[in-house]
Each structure stands twice: as structure tokens, then as C-alpha cells.
Design a protein around this ligand. Structure first.
Ligand SMILES: *[C@@H]1O[C@H](CO)[C@@H](O)[C@H](O)[C@H]1NC(C)=O
Ligand SMILES: *[C@@H]1O[C@H](CO)[C@@H](O)[C@H](O)[C@H]1NC(C)=O
Ligand SMILES: *[C@@H]1O[C@H](CO)[C@@H](O)[C@H](O)[C@H]1NC(C)=O
Ligand SMILES: *[C@@H]1O[C@H](CO)[C@@H](O)[C@H](O)[C@H]1NC(C)=O
Length: 828
């Protein structure tokens, strides 16, 4: 179907008509929309008192949920039939967002004893040990606000009920924003930091966006210098009210630090909303370099192990339980999944060694097969490296060992099958395979507009932390929720060193300039910027650095909008002596997510060597103390790499000052080869997008046959879609089939303008099945434009229903700016 010029005129008209903008919500499994509740931002110079008379004159019946002061606006519950689009038209209103409730990201809680001193590893990685020892900085005098959406917690209300019948309280430990000295180090980084904990929760155990904003403002008003926050929400655009407020607070002197998310297995475009503000810091994770583990001694060597979560404790088997490797016919280690694997081997009372490959079975099935064969326990060689998380079974001891440990134990068992295993009763610190490298679970950037997020990384894999943020409760956890408070703590040390509170964007720049780009395990190449941002923070360097290198990131965008032809960077010498800087380029690996025409990004991007070339206007520059020099950089896109695979390429610009203790500084850059507007938005691999209709009488649902006339009394149509990538604007439209003339927009539970929509996750976290968005088509009337106040009745005729997504970085003023799928042909 050809979409005619009507699109152009409608889009243009929408731009003129709209006073304020309604920013619809996204239908995602982990986000609920609170019906009838909205966050409203006013134009500068306007306020709620002025707006109130307009609300009244338009008969908007509402109740105030909360009034903000740093963010110029309110959140309200609307009892009249006014929609977000209607509110956007009230004079003085700049933007309107629905109130959303988020589900918390799940944290993996290890049963490890939190009292054990495990922090040495992560503090070595980041230079925190050096800074604490050498300078005795402790974060004293710095206030960190911890904003946490909590579950299952009741507290006296503050600010009344937020949300229908549901008293949302943002409590603070005790009755007030009690400031407490942490009884144990605040994530160990800045032990004397003072912090306020702002817990956000609803009766349903979920946090809503207006609540979080209230807590952010309260933290600001109570003088918090840094806030650490996370919302378990997927990735969208920066125009969320939280990002807007984050930027405002940062501009007023606060640092907003947020986790990049734990969706590493979803592939690119997945960095979490919370840190998407232009000025806020989105934090990725690196695995802790060392960690204490129970271990087994075998043939003269010690191997750390991780017991299965169902077993839940250390392993203690008798000396007679020697190791028996389970082998396939070709003599290699078997996965131990099938009963046949054990045939011909007497494993009775022995510990079997198997391969942790999960193609055929998971740890539960593997354990059951080993136990049925008579084994006393099972050791699993981790694949591909590190220590695999085993679920296992409660009545059978199972332990994951590192990949290389598996090879060594196999060789030793072959040499001397009688060797005995000694199981430790205590833990010891081991440097693990993959330690000090970017964490698998850490979410990949960039964001929907090719902005370089995440910004920087902190240690987040296997970290001692508070759990929950109730003082005194500590645990070992993994997740960017660990790396984000770590980086918040690093800010406190930096402020101590500077003897003042730095502005958020300045602290971010210093931490990014001095971070260390990491490599994936066993790789010689630097890992992509989309995974690690500027790299792992190094607080020692951040404190010792004598240079500011700006900007703190260079966004090259795509081939069409390529922004690398002439980029100016500034080198400011903040030291006391003249310095000569040598400029250089460090390329990182590229990441390919679209190969062979897939419409959904690969969960595991393919790493390649597509590298930009970089030319400097001068290779060396001498800068006197206190002065700033400018250098021009000319980037050229990688020659290798196929434009149709949209490789994410990236790297670092480095300025290395002379002098032996001088700290080099870096700026990360990145872009995409190819035309970003051609990145597929809808995933078509699962038969979506599709229009299904459900019959309430028969209970049956299925695709609509051609020419079907919807019986609105008994039939409910739903549009299902799965977005592999962001769109700045999504809508469902009706066209006259014969003429392709656009008739209007259908109304859904999320409104008629579905707005900017982030990509779907690969799997729905609740079901483990592919994640989809669904939009219920409310009734047969359509709206002529996105801002029409009232819908009209569609005259009898033949029509097509189409799902229309604006392509990225387009203006939206031409039909080719949209990806259009005709979902059904119906008649009225
Ligand atoms: C810090 O914020 C993260 C998310 O960014 C949250 O999940 C975590 O619980 C907070 N941690 C601490 C110790 O404040
Ligand atoms: C298997 O080994 C166990 C213990 O070593 C022994 O008691 C049993 O007889 C053996 N079974 C066979 C079939 O050899
Ligand atoms: C938590 O554990 C699950 C299952 O063991 C694993 O797939 C996931 O990557 C882990 N997440 C984190 C943040 O470690
Ligand atoms: C709709 O299409 C059918 C054939 O598919 C045709 O018979 C009918 O006349 C059309 N209706 C209108 C109003 O054009």
C-alpha cells in the first residue's frame, strides 16, 4: 500500500495545532499505566495556580496527587473524561505524561555471608583502596540520597495517597529523612558519607514515576549532593519526566547516578531509562576482580566453586567420593544430560564431572540424571567461562567450577583416578575467569537517538552491598544496581579531594576522562563503548588527574547524519606546570546486531573489527598551566563492515601528558555505519505485527479475515507488536483501501498517539516467553488527527488498518520516514 501525501500535511498540521505535547506511555510488560493519572509540566513562567482556572473553565475534574517545585508541574488524578491529549491543550501546559508504575528489577541475592571482607577486589580495580589509604578520604561531609523503589514495606504516609485507593508513601528510614552514619561502609567506597534513604513504594509493591520524582525533589531539597537511583524500566527516550527532572537537578548542582540496567542478554538499544538524562550518569557494570569462595583441593591445586542455589550450602562429601569424568564416545566431557551418558561408567558414590553446556538440558535435569545413575555429587565445568549459576536440585550437591578448572581436573583425574577431593569448610579469595571485565548482564547502549549511553562503569558483579536499603542488612549481589551506588560513592571521594561539591556534569567528565576501558575475557581488543561507556572508573586517577578533556563523549551518529567530519576537543591543563600532550586513538571492537536480515537485534552482538580512522590537526600540543588548547579531529567511518548490518563502531581519543606520574585522559566516541532510518523497527519473526480479534461470546481469537466487519458488541480487536528498536512515534491508522487515503487514528487503551516507544525486551520477565506489546482497539470511531478532541464515525466502506512507526532520526514529514505495516483489511 502506498501512503499518500496526507501523512505530510497531517504531521505538519499536528505541529501547528498542538499547544502542549502529550507524551504517551509504552505498553510494556514491566510498566503499568495508572489510568486517569498524569504528570503535567508547565511552560516557564506559568504555574499551577494559573493553570487551575483553565482546568476549571474546561471542566477538568481532578485531584492533586503531588506538586513539584524543581520540576515546574504537578501530578493529578483526573475524574472527568479528559485524556492526556486534552490536558496538553490547556494554556500554559508544556508536556503531559501518564503516571506509570514500574516493577523492580530482580536482583540475584547470593546466600553468601555478607560479613566476609570481599571488597578488596573491587577496590583494587577502581583505585579506591589507594585513595582510602593514601588520602584518608571517606566521603565525610557528602550526602548521598538513595532512591529505591521498594517492595513489601509499610510506613507512615508522607504526602497522602498516590494512586487509586493505594496509599503510596515515600518513607524514609524512620519517620523523616533521617541521616544516618552507615554502620558499615556505604558500599565500602565512602564509609563516612551521610545518606538519606528515600523509599518509594505502593501498596502493590511497585514504584510510580511521580513518586520517584517527589523523592528526587525531596532529596534535593534536603541537600543531598548525589542521588543513586534505579527504576526497573526498559529503554526509551530521554523525554521521560524523570530524565527531565534529573537534568534540572544536575544543572542545579546535584549528581544523578543511575544504573544502566541488567538486560545484557537483550542486546543493543537496551540501556535503562533512568540514566538517560543528558547530564545524568548511566552506570554499566564490570565483574569484581576477586571474590571469596568455597573451594575444592584436587591433585595439589585449589579450585573455587559455586554451589547450586537449590543446594544452598558448601559441599562436604567423604574422601571415597572421588572424581569420575563422564565422557562422550569421542572421549570428550559429556553434558551428562541423558541416562545413557552414564552407561558403562560406575559412578555409584562418586562425584561426576560433566560439561555445563545447556543446549540439551539445564542444571536441574543434569543433576537428576547424575543422581539417578548413583552419583554422590556433581561438578559442572562452566561454559564458556567463569562460574555458571546453577539452579540444581535440593537433594543433590552440585557445584560449578571455572572452565579452565574443568580441563585441569579432567586431565588430573585421567592421570590418577584415585586422587581424593578435599572440600573446604572456609572461603578464600580467588581471582575468577572474567573478573575485571564488563559484566555479561550489563545492558548495551546506545539509546534510540544514538546517544552514547551508558556513560561509565563500576564494579557490579559479585559486590557486597546493602540489601535492602534498610541499614544493617547486607548481602552479595550482582547487577548494575551495585555498580551505580559504587560510582555514587566514588563521587563523594572526588568531592573530598576537591574540597567542594562538583557539579554533576563536571564530576561525570572527570570520572569518564580517567576511566579505564576494559576488554572482554580472553580478548585482546577493547570492548565496545556501547557496553562499557568510558570504561571502569579509576578514582585514584580521577583524583590525581591534572587535565580536563572535553566533551565527555563524541556522538558520530550514522552515515547519513555523520557528525565526525570536524570535531573540536578541548584540553585544559588544571595542573601547576606546563604539559605537552600526545594525542592518539584507541579503537574498540565493533558490535553487529543485524546479520542475515533479522528484524530483532541479536541478544549477543557479534564482535568485529570495524574501526574508524582518526586524524588530528596536531599530534602534540603544549598547554601552559591553567590554559586550554583546542584540537580538531577528523573521523572517517570504518571501511570494513556492511552498512546493512549497522555495525556499532567506537573507540577512544586519548591525550597523554608528559611526565612520569601523569594521568592520560580519554573521550569515548561511537557511531553506526549505515542509515539508521533503515534499522528494522517491527520484529516480523513471530508473525507480528498482527491484528487479532477476540470474540467474547465464543472466547475464540484469531486474525481478522479480509473484508470482515467488526461487531463491536462482541468482538475486541488487539494489535500485537514487538519492537526490535525504538521509534520516536508510533500510531495505528485507518486508510481507505481503494485510494490509500488516510482516514484517521484509532484509539487504544494507551491513547491514539502511542508516541515515542522503546524496544521490547527479548523475553517477558514474567513468562520467560518472547515479549510483545498489545494495544486494545477501544471502539470503531477514529480521530482525524492525533490532537482531534472527538472521534468521528467511519462511513461504510473498505479500509486498511496499519501500524505506522517513524524511523529513527527522521523528521517525520515524508512517507519514507515511516515504517508501515498493513495489519488487516476490514469493512465498515
Ligand atoms: C542504588 O540505586 C540502585 C539502582 O540504581 C538501587 O537498586 C540500589 O538498591 C541502590 N543501592 C544503594 C545501596 O543505595
Ligand atoms: C560400583 O562401585 C560401587 C562402589 O565402588 C561398588 O560397590 C559396586 O559393586 C560397583 N558396581 C558395579 C556394577 O561394578
Ligand atoms: C541472575 O541469575 C539468573 C539465573 O541464574 C541469570 O540468568 C542472570 O543473568 C543473573 N542476573 C544477574 C544480574 O546476575
Ligand atoms: C468493499 O469491497 C467489496 C469487495 O471486496 C465490494 O463488494 C464492496 O462494494 C466494497 N464496498 C464499498 C463501500 O466500496
Amino acid at each position: 500500500m502506498k501512503i499518500t501525501a496526507t501523512l505530510i500535511s497531517l504531521a505538519a498540521a499536528a505541529g501547528i495545532v498542538a499547544a502542549g505535547k502529550f507524551e504517551p506511555s509504552e505498553a510494556r510488560p514491566d510498566v503499568d499505566i495508572v489510568e486517569g493519572a498524569f504528570i503535567i509540566e508547565y511552560e516557564d513562567g506559568f504555574n499551577h495556580a494559573k493553570a487551575n482556572s483553565f482546568f476549571n473553565s474546561r471542566k477538568v475534574n481532578y485531584k492533586l496527587r503531588g506538586e513539584f517545585n524543581q520540576f515546574n508541574g504537578v501530578s493529578i488524578d483526573v475524574r472527568s473524561s479528559h485524556k492526556g491529549e486534552d490536558l496538553a491543550k490547556i494554556p500554559g501546559v508544556k508536556r503531559v505524561w501518564p503516571v506509570e508504575r514500574y516493577q523492580l528489577p530482580k536482583q540475584n541475592l547470593s546466600k553468601e555471608d555478607p560479613a566476609s571482607p570481599h571488597l578488596t577486589g573491587s577496590h583494587k580495580m577502581t583505585g579506591v583502596d589507594y585513595v582510602q589509604k593514601t588520602f584518608k578520604y571517606t566521603g565525610k561531609g557528602i550526602k548521598v540520597g538513595v532512591i529505591d523503589s521498594g517492595v513489601d514495606y509499610t510506613h507512615p504516609a508522607l504526602g497522602g495517597c498516590f494512586g487509586r485507593g493505594c496509599r503510596v508513601r515515600y518513607g524514609i528510614i524512620g519517620a523523616d529523612a533521617r541521616k544516618v552514619k552507615a554502620p558499615q561502609p556505604f558500599v565500602g567506597v565512602a564509609p563516612e558519607v551521610t545518606f538519606g534513604a528515600y523509599r518509594i513504594f505502593s501498596c502493590a509493591g511497585r514504584g510510580s514515576n511521580d513518586n520517584i520524582m517527589m523523592a528526587m525533589e525531596l532529596a534535593f531539597n534536603q541537600g543531598m549532593n548525589i542521588i543513586n537511583m534505579s527504576l526497573g524500566s526498559g529503554s526509551a527516550f530521554r523525554s521521560t519526566p524523570i530524565a527531565v527532572l534529573s537534568d534540572r537537578l544536575t544543572a542545579r548542582g546535584m549528581s544523578v547516578v543511575a544504573s544502566a540496567g541488567n538486560d545484557g542478554s537483550d542486546g543493543v538499544w537496551s540501556v535503562s531509562n533512568a540514566g538517560l538524562g543528558d547530564l545524568s550518569t548511566s552506570v554499566a557494570s564490570f565483574d569484581n576482580i576477586a571474590q571469596a569462595y568455597f573451594y575444592l583441593s584436587y591433585a595439589g591445586k585449589e579450585y573455587p566453586y559455586a554451589f547450586s542455589s537449590s543446594w544452598g550450602k558448601d559441599i562436604n562429601l567423604p574422601a571415597s567420593a572421588t572424581i569420575v569424568p563422564v565422557l562422550d564416545k569421542d572421549g570428550t566431557l559429556s553434558d551428562g544430560c541423558l541416562p545413557e551418558s552414564y552407561a558403562g561408567t560406575n559412578v555409584t558414590g562418586k562425584v561426576v564431572l560433566v560439561l555445563g553446556d545447556t543446549t540439551r538440558c539445564k542444571s536441574g535435569g543434569r543433576g537428576a540424571a547424575g543422581k539417578a545413575a548413583g552419583a554422590a555429587g556433581m561438578i559442572v565445568q562452566s561454559v564458556p567461562f567463569g562460574l555458571n549459576n546453577l539452579g540444581g536440585n535440593p537433594d543433590f550437591p552440585m557445584a560449578a567450577i571455572e572452565n579452565e578448572a574443568g580441563n585441569q581436573i579432567l586431565a588430573a583425574a585421567r592421570k590418577n583416578p584415585a586422587s581424593q577431593i578435599k572440600w573446604s569448610t572456609k572461603k578464600k579469595s580467588f581471582r575468577l575467569e572474567g573478573g575485571g571485565t564488563p559484566s555479561d548482564f550489563s545492558s548495551w547502549g546506545f539509546d534510540g537517538e544514538l546517544r552514547l549511553k551508558p556513560d561509565v562503569a563500576g564494579p557490579g558483579g559479585n559486590i557486597l552491598s546493602t540489601y535492602p536499603v534498610k541499614l544493617g542488612s547486607y548481602a552479595i549481589e550482582s547487577g548494575t544496581s551495585m555498580s551505580s551506588p559504587y560510582v555514587a560513592g566514588a563521587h563523594a571521594l572526588l568531592f573530598n579531594a576537591h574540597k567542594k561539591i562538583l557539579r554533576g556534569q563536571d564530576a561525570r567528565q572527570i570520572l569518564k576522562n580517567t576511566a579505564t576501558p576494559g576488554k572482554f575475557f580472553n580478548s585482546k581488543e577493547i570492548a565496545p563503548v556501547a557496553k562499557q561507556g568510558a570504561g571502569l572508573i579509576n578514582i585514584k586517577n580521577a583524583i590525581n588527574v591534572k587535565t580536563l578533556f572535553s566533551p565527555d563523549k563524541i556522538e558520530l551518529l550514522d552515515s547519513v547524519h555523520f557528525a565526525g567530519k570536524s570535531v573540536e576537543v578541548k584540553i585544559k591543563n588544571v595542573g601547576k606546570r606546563t604539559a605537552t600532550y600526545t594525542l592518539s586513538h584507541e579503537a574498540a571492537q565493533s558490535a553487529i546486531s543485524y546479520r542475515g536480515g533479522n528484524t530483532f537485534p541479536l541478544g549477543d552482538p557479534i564482535l568485529a573489527k570495524d574501526q574508524a580512522t582518526v586524524k588530528f590537526s596536531q599530534d602534540k600540543v603544549t598547554v601552559r598551566a591553567g590554559q586550554t588548547a583546542k584540537v580538531k579531529i577528523q573521523f572517517k567511518e570504518p571501511k570494513s563492515g556492511k552498512a546493512e548490518e549497522f555495525p556499532f563502531y567506537s573507540g577512544y581519543i586519548v591525550a597523554t601528558p608528559n611526565g612520569k606520574d601523569s594521568v592520560p585522559v580519554r573521550i569515548p566516541y561511537g557511531g553506526i555505519k549505515g542509515d539508521i532510518s533503515k534499522v528494522p523497527i517491527q520484529d516480523t519473526d513471530f508473525g507480528t505485527p498482527v491484528l487479532l480479534v477476540q470474540n467474547s461470546k465464543t472466547g475464540q481469537s484469531g486474525p481478522i479475515p479480509d473484508g470482515h466487519k467488526i461487531n463491536w458488541a462482541v468482538e475486541q480487536p488487539y494489535i500485537y507488536s514487538r519492537l526490535g528498536s525504538h521509534t520516536p512515534s508510533l500510531s495505528i491508522r485507518l486508510f481507505e483501501t481503494a485510494t490509500s487515503k488516510q482516514i484517521g487514528y484509532i484509539n487504544t487503551q494507551a491513547g491514539r498517539d502511542l508516541g515515542a516507544v522503546g524496544r521490547n525486551r527479548n523475553l517477558n520477565p514474567n513468562t520467560g516467553k518472547p515479549a510483545f506489546s498489545s494495544y486494545a482497539w477501544r471502539n470503531g470511531d477514529v480521530f482525524e488527527t492525533l490532537t482531534s478532541a472527538t472521534p468521528f464515525k467511519v462511513p461504510a466502506g473498505n479500509y486498511s488498518v496499519a501500524l505506522v512507526a517513524q524511523r529513527k532520526l527522521t523528521k517525520g514529514d515524508s512517507p519514507k520516514d515511516f515504517e508501515t505495516f498493513v495489519l488487516a483489511k476490514i469493512s465498515y
